[in-house]
Design a binder for this molecule. Structure first.
Ligand SMILES: [Zn+2]
Length: 82
């Protein structure tokens, strides 16, 4: 479930809220009760997760050189063409 960063423009409260994508966004501040509680554009937790995936993806998958099945030569081989 994604975590959204919320902030209240009345009392300055900042809070991370875990919500389903389908959930309606909150607008009532749990601190002061005003309707000035709003979702912020940056969701730190969500972004961090995305970056982590990206890094491990690069590390764990060194691209192996294509090997010719019949003769075992890496790279250019006449038999690899067909
Ligand atoms: Zn507030």
């Amino acid at each position: 479930m994604p975590i959204y960063a919320y902030a209240c423009s009345s009392c300055g409260l900042q809070q991370d809220v875990m919500q389903k994508m389908s959930d309606a966004p909150l607008n009532t501040c749990p601190e002061c009760g005003k309707d000035t509680f709003a979702k912020q554009l940056t969701a730190a937790g969500f972004q961090l997760k995305g970056n982590g995936y990206y890094v491990t993806d690069f590390k764990d998958k060194p691209k192996p050189k294509a090997e010719c099945a019949p003769c075992g030569n890496a790279g250019s081989c006449a038999a690899a063409g067909n």
